[in-house]
Every structure is written in structure tokens, then in C-alpha cells.
Design a protein around this ligand. Structure first.
Ligand code: PEP
Ligand code: MG
Length: 841
């Protein structure tokens, strides 16, 4: 900053985005490109901060710089234009004297309009008078002007200020204070601005746009902000200022830009100016390396460029623009990759609620899986299947979901639950299926019997009523709303291929079913990092065989039930291997507590009793016998493998037989088998011995050879601490950070959603640790596990397959810790690929 408290923007002036804001810096660039920008000065963040404390720049010097009777505009210039700022104020310097002169030079109507505009803005922004009262003065006659001046006088008990210095002082003060107001601060902080974000201001000589010759103002951009395609857009309005052309109600004076639009166009009427605008647009693109919207004024046939801002755009347009800039060699491919926030890809992969549409929110919770879907409400998995069978789209609304709901979830277009957090069952499955999902919507309640959903405001919805799930915002909306379709076009594919060129950590997908696997391939996952096999048992026939197995008293009966499941599992795996065409497939052995497979209500128990030919009370008794106080810490994972080993035997056999079957059509497959919930080395030894025995048996029976890789899921703190000895028996370790987070914090992943919001709001946790990896605590366990494992075996493959695998911050951590790959739900694979690439650039 100069001693005067302001800096004239010249090509060589010391103007910095971090001191004067983005607008000032951009104007300097336009000036350097020799565009006709009117004289402009910049006030730095410090200078503007000083203004509110009464420390003003040298305004006499500033006004002298602009010459006699200057009319000026003041606009905000924050570091990031997205952080907003007070509205521009135009025509500062207008007073009775200047008005009289302008009547002579520009005509009375023009002079009145300029004065009126300034009085209105000054009254509202500086005088804080009621905008409605000043809105009335739209017709620029002498009477209106008089009335506006009188109203100002009446309301403020003072004459309208005539001294330009006083006017400018008050405008600067009001803008500085507006920036410090609570609402403005909260709004910009919500957009990521730091608490001490500064405001700069730019003061610019007005190009009036309202004179006697050809005059007017407009905006032009060279790209469509919705699609990212190159096209000329914008509007111009005769005898206007600022952004009037965009809001222009007076259609008579509006001109379009190009010939091919309806009505008069600048291209027709002012072809030279049109060409100049195209040239400036090209200059912006090639030299500012960005698609800019240019604000311009034509004053007595002179063209002025007042400002240029980055074209506001959708995420899908952002991808196309970045790719086109790189293709035209204006930016590098790496830069294009860096310009796209990975999370923004969610907007391309799924349908979106059109941000321009109206929203009637009926429920709000956590957006657990992105995208949007509309359908009729159903309250049970069964109804979802029935509705889907009739070809109707439905939204499954549940208190929470359990494995029993899986088929209903497949049938639904979206999911809404009252309970649960980011790793609850509903959230995990929905992300896997690419279904929009909102969980933890605790502001609604369900009346199960009457099949009613009751909203906070008392509205009641029943089965068949239409709602829309907005998984991006974490809201359910009334009715069907306007949507934008997914966009996996050429721009997206090109960007992803560039990302893969630089990425140095692998990305696999968590995929349980053939459709998941196909999605994994569609998004170019490098294999399956986690196939949760339990989801394969919820088909009606399989569920029955499973239940028979659970209820069997004798090992022979158990084996007989498992023998019925074997061919089905073998087919599952064969299909997965075939879809993945030689890419690695990591199959996790059975993990959940057995009781999840048992019926809950009386009706379910009756059906099971009938199917198993047992008495109701017998079934009830056995179900009760399997009940656990803490099932997530109970008989699940490897504990079942040790105590009911026949299940893992069957799965291992199915995997090996499928390996041989699928290898016939191509390269030999090397399956990966993963043991869940390990906490002791001995567990691995016991399970490994049995799997080796099954492998040996299958080799003898089939007379064919194969190999397999055995891995361990590290998802208990003890497994992380003892990773060294566990690694003696494993080819790979995969960190299951969902359970590991649950157990490290002692937090239930299914229930923590109830208080997580409060915890994050109060700053107890910075983020939901189920959503963003807790790098301090859980992360330390990962580091300990990784280093102890690698000490034992330097070639040990390390990965993460919890939900954090798709989270950009967590991927950074895994890459820094030297992991081989991350694995996440298929629809997050592109996000992970891009995030990983950005770490490597
Ligand atoms: C985990 O615990 O992180 C994991 C991947 O397994 P699941 O979510 O199936 O418990
Ligand atoms: Mg787990």
C-alpha cells in the first residue's frame, strides 16, 4: 500500500490477491493485457479495515487523481470472489452541480437517472433507509428526482450530501462495516473463508453508458456455465449501467449479442465492438487461462471493460472447461486434474436436484450417499420389491435398515432412515449401490402400524406419496422435483485418464454383487478390494438354507445345509471373477453375527417354523439363544470361523472351485481371501490351516493347480498392535477402518449418528470419525500396524477398505503411510482416483 492508503492499478503496481483481493488483481491483469479499463485504484484489506476504525485513505489525493467532477464506482474485492461482499455502488460524486452539467452534456433524462440511482443506493446502503420506499422512484423525471431528495431529507433530517469526499467516505465506511457484520461473516465462513478474511475495495472511474450517442452496458461470456460448451452468451442493454442488462425488465432496450438470437444484436448494430469483445474474450482465455465473464460499457461509441469474473458454472461444466483448456494447451493436463475438486465428481456420477428448482424440505439428516431420486414412499423392503415389480419407482423409508432389507434396498431408487450415521448399514449399502441416501433424519417420526411418516411441521405422508431424496444435501423433498442427469461424457473420461497417468496409489472397489463389480469396471477400479460375502445370503432360498445351517444341532446337518449353499456361492464367485477379467478380487469370509439371519417379528418366526417343520416355541427359543447383548463385539467374523468352521470351509471351497472354473476362459486367477475381525495370531493360524486343507482337497479332486493369497483384515486395535506376528501368516493386511474406528473410540457405528452432529458442533470431534479418518488416533493404529507388518515382511501389501477409502483426506494419509491401494464403493472410485492423482501432481 502506498502512503496515501490506496494504490493506482497500473501494469507494474504492487497489487496482490492476498492483500487487495481477487477483483483488484484481475483488473490489473486486464490492464496489463491493454484492455480499455477505466482508471481504477485499489484499497487493500488493511486500508479497508482501517476505514471502519476511522483511519481513512487520503481521499483528497484519490479524488484529484480522477480529475474534476469524477463519477466513481466502488466494488468489493475479497480474496476469493465466492466469499461475497457488499454490493457495488455506482455514480458516487453525483450532486446538484454535476447533475446540472450532465443535463447539458447528456440530456435531462440521463442526468436524472444517474442521480436517482446514486440517491437510492446511498439511502439504502449508507443511510440504511427502507429500500421499498426508494424503489418507487423508477421514472427519471425531474419530479421524481425532487421527491427522492425530499424523502432522503425527511428520513435523515439532513440534505443529501453534496461533497464527493463526504459521499466517498460514507460509502467506504458502510462497505467496510457491512463486511464485518455477523451475517456476512457467517455466510463467507460457510464457504470456507477464514475468520479473519479481509475485504479490499476497488474505486473505478465510471464509464456512464447513458450518453447521447451509442451507449449501454452488458456482460458477455464465451462458454455455457451449465454445460461447459463453448458458446457466446450474455446480454446488452442500451442506456444502462452495471449489470442492468441481466436484470433488465425493459425488454425494448435489451440487445442480444449474436445474430443468431431473436431480436437486435450487438453483432448487427456494432460489429466492431462485437469483434473487440471476442478478442478480449480470447485474451482472457489464453492469458488468464480461465473462462471469464466480461462486464463492459459502451459510452459514446467507446468500449470500456469494467471487470471480468470467472464464469459461474456447474461442476460438470467445470470438468469440460478444464479439459478443453488443457486440450488447447492453455493449461497443462496436471493443472486440469488439479482444478477439479474430487468431491465435485459426485455431481457428474449421479442425477442431481436442479439447484434452480424450488425445495420443500420434509426431512433433513446426513447426506450418506450422493445423487437424487424421486419415488413413492414405501415403509418395508417387501413393499419396495412389490412396487418395483410393478415398474414403479419407490423410496424406502425405515427407522434404520438391517441385512434383511437388502433386497428391498436393491429395489428402491433411494433410501431415507431416521437413525444411523455415515457408516450405518443403510449408508454403506446405498453407497455401494450408488443409490441416493439420507440417514439420521431425526426430525421426522414413523408410525409403523399406520404406515405414516410425520414431519417436524406436522405434515403426514403415507405409503404411495411421492418424495425426492437429495443425497447431496442430506434432505428429503416433497414431491417430484426438476433433476439434472448424470454426465459421464468424454470430458469426464479424458480427465480421469489424465488422473490415472499421474496417480501412484492403487484404487480398488468394494463390490459385493455382479452389478457392483460391473460398476467397479465402469469406473476403472483396479480390482475388488472387499467383497462382503454375507450379502449373498439374503436371497429367499439361500436365507432358508442359512437358517437351516444355523439351527442344525449336528455337524452333518450343518454340512448338508452348507452343501446346498456351495453351488450358489461358487456361481457368485465365478461370475465376479469373470466380470473382473483377471483383475484381483479380494473376498472376505463371512463376517456378521449369525442372529442377523434370523427373523425378528412373530410373523417371520411363524414362517420359519413352517419351513423348518419346527414348533413356534422351539424356533423362538433358539432365536433367543442366539441373541447377544453386544453382537458387534460378539460371535462374528473370525470367531465364527474358529467355532463354526464349516461356514469358512464351504466358502473357501466355493472360491477355489470358482477359481478353476473361471480360469478356464483366460489367465489363471489368483483369488484373495480375507479373514475379518482378527485380534490374535492364533485365529489366523487356525483358519489358514483349514483353508489350506480345503485348497489341497480341491486340487486333488480336480487334478488342477492354483494358488491363492491369504490376507487379514485389521479392524480391531489389537490386530493393529500385533500386526507383526499376524503378518507372518498373511500376504496382505487390509485395514477395516469402520470397525477399527468403532472399537478405537468405543463408539457404535450404528448409533453414533444421534449425537455426532452435536459433538462436531461443540468441537469435541473436528469431523465425524466414521466419515473422515481420525488421523491422530485411528491413524496412529494404522501407522503402527503398517510399520510392524512391513518390518516382518517388506513386500506385505497394505490397503484400506473401510468407508474412509473414498475420502480424499484419508487417501492422503494412506498414501503417506505407503499403502498399496485404497478400496471404496464403486461410485466413489472416480473421486478416489482423482484425489489420489492430485496428491501425486
Ligand atoms: C470395516 O469394518 O471397515 C469394514 C470394511 O467392514 P464392514 O464395514 O463390513 O464391517
Ligand atoms: Mg468390519
Amino acid at each position: 500500500m502506498s502512503d496515501l492508503g490506496f494504490t493506482e492499478i497500473t501494469p507494474s503496481a504492487p497489487i496482490y490477491t492476498s492483500e487487495h483481493g481477487g477483483r483488484a488483481k484481475c483488473l490489473q491483469r486486464l490492464i496489463r493485457l491493454e484492455m480499455p479499463v477505466p482508471l481504477t485504484v485499489a484499497l487493500s484489506f488493511d486500508a479497508v479495515h482501517g476505514v471502519s476504525a476511522g483511519d481513512l485513505p487520503d481521499l483528497d489525493a484519490l479524488l484529484t487523481l480522477f480529475g474534476p467532477d469524477p463519477l466513481l464506482s466502488v466494488r468489493p474485492s475479497s480474496e476469493d470472489p465466492d466469499w461475497g461482499g457488499p454490493g457495488a455502488i455506482l455514480n458516487i460524486g453525483m450532486n446538484d452541480n454535476v447533475h446540472a452539467k450532465l443535463v447539458e452534456s447528456h440530456g435531462e433524462l440521463a442526468a436524472n437517472a444517474l442521480y436517482l440511482r446514486f440517491i437510492q443506493a446511498y439511502a439504502v446502503h449508507v443511510g440504511r433507509l427502507d429500500p421499498d420506499e426508494f424503489d418507487e422512484f423508477s421514472d427519471p423525471t425531474a419530479d421524481t428526482l425532487q421527491a427522492a431528495l425530499e424523502l432522503y431529507e425527511e428520513e435523515t433530517d439532513s440534505y443529501f450530501p453534496q461533497d464527493p469526499k463526504e459521499q466517498l467516505t460514507e460509502v467506504l465506511r458502510s462497505m467496510s462495516r457491512a463486511w464485518q457484520g455477523t451475517t456476512a461473516r457467517l455466510l463467507r465462513e460457510a464457504k470456507g473463508a477464514p475468520a479473519d478474511a479481509g475485504l479490499g475495495l476497488v474505486v473505478q472511474k465510471m464509464a456512464l453508458g447513458v450518453g447521447r450517442g451509442i451507449c449501454g452496458s452488458g456482460v458477455i461470456q464465451f462458454v455455457n456455465g451449465k454445460t461447459g460448451r463453448r458458446e457466446i452468451r450474455g446480454r446488452y442493454m442500451c442506456k444502462s449501467q452495471g449489470r442492468d442488462a441481466l436484470t433488465g425488465e425493459d425488454d425494448r432496450d435489451v440487445m442480444y449479442l449474436t445474430k443468431d438470437t431473436r431480436g437486435r444484436s450487438i453483432e448487427d448494430v456494432l460489429p466492431d465492438m462485437f469483434q473487440a469483445l471476442l478478442d478480449y474474450g480470447d485474451l482472457c482465455r489464453t492469458r488468464l487461462r480461465e473462462e471469464m465473464e466480461v462486464e463492459f460499457t459502451i459510452d459514446n461509441e467507446h468500449l470500456y471493460i469494467l471487470d471480468a469474473v470467472r464464469v459461474a458454472r456447474s461442476e460438470r461444466a467445470n470438468v469440460r472447461i478444464a479439459v478443453n483448456l488443457a486440450k488447447d494447451e492453455i493449461i497443462t493436463r496436471e493443472e486440469a486434474v488439479m482444478r477439479i475438486p474430487p468431491r465435485a465428481l459426485a455431481e457428474l456420477l449421479h442425477s442431481q436436484v436442479d439447484p434452480q428448482g424450488t425445495r420443500d424440505v420434509i426431512a433433513s439428516g446426513i447426506g450418506a450417499s450422493p445423487g437424487a431420486a424421486t419415488g413413492k414412499i414405501v415403509f418395508s423392503a417387501r413393499s419396495a420389491q412389490a412396487m418395483a415389480a410393478q415398474g414403479e419407482d419407490c423410496i424406502l423409508v425405515r427407522r434404520e435398515t438391517s441385512p434383511e432389507d437388502i433386497r428391498g434396498m436393491h429395489a428402491a431408487k433411494g433410501i431415507l432412515t431416521i437413525r444411523g450415521g455415515i457408516t450405518s448399514h443403510a449408508a454403506v449399502i446405498a453407497r455401494g449401490l450408488g443409490l441416493p441416501c439420507v440417514v439420521g433424519a431425526s426430525n421426522i417420526s414413523l408410525e409403523k402400524k399406520e404406515k405414516k411418516l410425520i414431519a417436524e411441521d406436522g405434515r403426514v405422508l403415507g405409503e404411495g406419496d411421492v418424495i425426492t431424496i437429495d443425497g447431496a444435501e442430506g434432505e428429503a423433498l416433497m414431491g417430484a422435483v426438476e433433476m439434472l442427469p448424470p454426465e459421464l461424457g468424454e470430458g469426464f473420461q479424458t480427465l480421469m485418464s489424465w488422473a490415472d497417468e499421474v496417480r501412484d496409489i492403487g484404487v480398488r472397489a468394494n463390490a459385493d454383487t455382479p452389478p457392483d463389480a460391473r460398476n467397479a469396471r465402469m469406473f476403472s477400479a483396479e480390482g475388488i478390494g472387499l467383497c462382503r460375502t454375507e450379502h449373498m445370503f439374503f436371497d429367499d432360498d439361500r436365507l432358508l438354507a442359512m437358517r437351516e445351517m444355523i439351527f442344525a444341532d449336528q455337524p452333518e446337518d450343518r454340512r448338508a445345509a452348507l452343501d446346498r449353499l456351495l453351488p450358489m456361492q461358487r456361481d457368485d464367485f465365478t461370475e465376479l471373477f469373470e466380470i473382473m477379467q483377471g483383475l484381483p478380487v479380494c473376498i472376505r469370509l463371512f463376517d456378521p453375527p449369525l442372529h442377523e439371519f434370523l427373523p425378528h417379528g412373530r410373523e417371520g418366526i411363524r414362517e420359519l417354523a413352517e419351513a423348518l417343520d419346527l414348533g413356534m416355541s422351539d424356533v423362538e427359543h433358539r432365536v433367543a439363544g442366539l441373541r447377544e447383548f453386544n453382537p458387534m463385539l460378539g460371535m462374528r467374523g473370525v470367531r465364527l470361523g474358529v467355532t463354526v468352521p464349516e461356514i469358512y470351509d464351504m466358502q473357501a471351497r466355493a472360491i477355489f472351485e470358482a477359481t478353476l472354473d473361471a480360469s478356464k476362459s483366460g489367465e489363471p486367477i489368483v483369488p484373495e481371501i480375507m479373514i475379518p475381525l482378527v485380534s490374535a495370531k492364533r485365529e489366523v493360524e487356525i483358519v489358514k490351516a483349514r483353508i489350506d486343507a480345503v485348497a489341497a482337497a480341491v486340487k486333488i479332486e480336480r487334478g488342477e493347480e492354483f494358488t491363492y493369497r491369504l490376507g487379514v483384515m485389521v479392524e480391531t486395535p489389537r490386530a493393529a498392535l500385533r500386526a507383526g506376528e499376524i503378518a507372518q501368516h498373511a500376504h496382505f493386511l487390509s485395514f477395516g477402518t469402520n470397525d477399527l474406528t468403532q472399537m478405537t473410540y468405543g463408539l457404535s457405528r450404528d448409533d453414533a449418528g444421534r449425537f455426532m452432529g452435536e459433538y462436531v458442533n461443540q468441537g469435541v470431534y473436528e469431523e465425524d470419525p466414521f466419515h473422515v479418518l481420525d488421523t491422530d488416533g485411528v491413524g496412529e493404529l494404522l501407522e503402527i500396524g503398517a510399520s510392524r507388518g512391513r518390518e516382518e515382511d517388506p513386500d506385505l501389501s497394505l490397503s484400506i477398505c473401510g468407508e474412509h477409502g473414498g475420502n480424499p483426506e484419508s487417501i492422503r494419509f494412506c498414501r503417506d503411510a505407503g499403502f498399496t491401494y485404497v478400496s471404496c464403493s464403486p461410485f466413489r472410485v472416480p473421486v478416489a482416483r482423482l484425489a489420489a492423482a492430485q496428491l501425486a501432481v
